[in-house]
Ligand binder design. Structure first.
Ligand code: KG4
Ligand code: ZN
Length: 341
């Protein structure tokens, strides 16, 4: 007998992207993301503005996701939504909407941990992409997160290390801000870095125990360095932007790779998967590719669409939980701090 298709409508609203996706089993039919531009002028995400923008975006984004998937909402098997972690005001919009929609359509509701979704995004079926086999290590790097996770199964994960202060994306963005670059500056640092000498300037690496990270000290040392140099030469940034960016990127990449090497040594697992918006960084990608040849690692980088915040990654978790009959009910609430287990 032919197995019936499962259609998951997924909603993501944890930070500043409003997203909806439709999955047919483990395949993406649509994945619509409305990125909120409003935060650019403030140099970072303003929580109050983010929740307001989610309220405006959520209906059109869901409509568009259903239209692009070319399915009627009556076909939807379940609604999956991001319960946390994230900004409370943002999460509330997606959570409340998902609950109402599940009630209205009379379908099950599935709650999803955003961090788990970043990792399980590797299991969205794509041509020419084989997901990692268990167990593997996952490095999640974005504007809000920096974690190394040991993944034993879809729902058997252990956080081995995480940042004690800033996320790696923040380290890029705050460095960019010091250099007078607009928000979010990460991609611009990457762009300039590709033209510069990574060893032109040396920044100290933090001394953090175990597999945890810290990026706040790096930001301070970059700030003092720039203040010192521009005092001597007001045109220092303009004249050295490429070398400064290359040196910052080289330092951040080094910090991440040092911890990954330590995690591989500690666990004996050489399969390393990355996710999160910072996985777009050319220096980090190159370092991972090199590790395949120099250290015999097998590395996994999903399509960029699945690296940044998106609802398809919520949808794949929804599908996997649907198969297990792992549903939640209408009493569920959003959870701003939500640790994966
Ligand atoms: O995953 P994401 O889209 O949103 C969350 O923060 O959850 O990640 C955005 C972060 C920003 O900090 C942005 O500057 C950074 O990813 N980013 C990059 C690059 N592309 C995006 N950082 C360094 N190099 C890049 N190429
Ligand atoms: Zn994220």
């Amino acid at each position: 007998m032919k197995k019936q298709n499962i259609y998951i409508l997924a909603i993501e609203s944890s930070c500043d992207d409003t997203s909806a996706a439709v999955m047919c089993n483990n395949k993406k039919l649509s994945n619509v993301v409305a990125t909120q531009k409003i935060h650019e002028e403030f140099g970072g995400v303003v929580p109050e503005l983010a929740s307001r923008a989610h309220q405006q975006n959520i209906v059109p984004v869901i409509h568009q996701a259903l239209a692009m998937a070319n399915i009627d909402k009556k076909l939807v098997s379940a609604i999956a939504f991001t319960r946390g972690p994230g900004l409370m005001g943002s999460l509330l919009v997606g959570t409340s909407f998902a609950k109402s929609l599940a009630l209205g359509l009379n379908v099950p509701l599935i709650e999803v941990n955003h961090m788990q979704a970043h990792i399980l995004a590797h299991f969205i079926s794509e041509d020419n992409y084989d997901p990692p086999a268990f167990p593997f290590l996952a490095l999640t790097i974005s504007g809000g997160h920096t974690q190394i996770v040991l993944v034993r199964g879809y729902f058997d994960m252990e956080i081995l290390g995480e940042t004690l202060d800033d996320a790696v994306g923040e380290a890029f963005d705050k460095s960019a801000k010091i250099l007078g670059l607009p928000y979010p500056g990460g991609p611009l640092v990457d762009k300039y870095a590709q033209l510069g000498n990574p060893k032109a300037f040396k920044f100290p690496k933090p001394k953090v125990q175990g597999l945890d990270f810290s990026f706040s000290g790096l930001k301070t040392s970059i700030l003092y360095f720039i203040q010192r140099e521009t005092k001597e030469n007001p045109d220092f940034i303009k004249e050295n932007i490429e070398d400064v960016c290359a040196s910052i990127q080289y330092t951040i990449t080094g910090i991440l790779m040092d911890k990954l090497k330590k995690a591989v040594k500690q666990t004996g697992i050489k399969q390393v998967a990355i996710g999160g918006g910072v996985s777009a960084n050319s220096g980090i990608r190159k370092a991972l590719q090199e590790a395949e040849t120099t250290m015999g690692w097998k590395t996994y980088i999903p399509k960029f669409e699945y690296c940044t915040d998106n609802a398809a990654m919520i949808g794949i978790v929804g599908y996997l939980k649907y198969l297990e009959g792992n549903f939640t009910n209408q009493s569920i609430t959003a959870k701003a701090r939500y640790v994966i287990q």
